[in-house]
Design a protein around this ligand. Sequence first.
Ligand code: SF4
Length: 372
Amino acid sequence: MSALHAFRHLYVHIPFCKHKCGYCDFNAYAGMDRLMPDYVDALERELVFARERYPFQQLETVYLGGGTPSLLPAPLIARLLDFIRGNFNLAPDAEVTLEANPASTDEARLAAWLEGGVNRLSLGVQGFDPRALAVLERKTDAAQATSAYGLAREKGVPNISIDLIYAVPYQNRETWLDTLRRAIAMAPDHVSTYCLSFEEGTLLYRRRAEGRVPEVETDLQWDQLDAACVELEAAGYHRYEVSNWARAGGFESRHNQSYWRCRPVYGAGAGAHSYATDGTSAWRWWNIAQPREYIAAVPAPKADGEELDARKAVAESLMLGLRTAEGVAVPGGFDRELSHLQRAGLVRRIDGRVVPTRRGLDLHNQIALAVL
Ligand code: SF4
């Protein structure tokens, strides 16, 4: 193995939530708020250990994801942000994102986030239609989302992204169009739209299996995705990734681009994943998921990991790069797969690059299957 490339991207996982939403299979836990101070201690210890053990250079992005990072009380998040700035070299124009739930976006926290260098909020709105929100078991409503957004703008958050979910049982074209239009009317800088998936082990999965929640027809999913493309593009957002739209002026998520471009990302916290490369092979590892066990295991909370040999690393960078409109430079050794994808109308080759077509973005799972 040659020397690892330095980490310039940091992900920090905050696993606490007020309530576990029925559709959620993220590493998130309700009823553990008492652990927050010990958890932040543990994060700091893991980060000190990581900094000594791995090469870090000036950080270009920091992303606090969850869970619900906005749940951390103002003094605790202020301390964590301060710690990160004091122990890592943050680029002056680093993108620092925090995922926030509208219900925990208040004045005191916003002040702590801004003071701590957060310059991008990813607001978990998910929708405006009460029926869809009820299926998702979201406890926040449209009024809360609108007022949290307004407060964040008023306090000066320069870059705000909104998450929306489509293909929710009972959601129809009209309610989805209304959701999209209300989101656009708020004028966010970035919009993510995720197709609801029924993940095994979730409450929603069980409810569907028991027939208490209806199936969503595939045609309806396509129809809603298409509506998102039409509405968002007409409003000046460009689709730069399968599920992500940004307004002009550089509002693409720089942190998420680091994943799609297979840049090294250090992930700290319970269940967080890290990705490292020496330019040929790559390594991925992940931490213990359960917060109490994570705290006990710090400073070395790694649960497991895997090495990707050179071909697998290229296949993965091709698969991830083809999630984005910019695509990737045509890699060697994948002619057969790329010709197949081209014949299927999923990719095009332009000037030494391979990029997904609109169909390729919509059907990225077929690209992933062919490449991996
Ligand atoms: S708030 Fe987000 S992370 Fe927490 S349970 Fe709900 S969907 Fe999952």
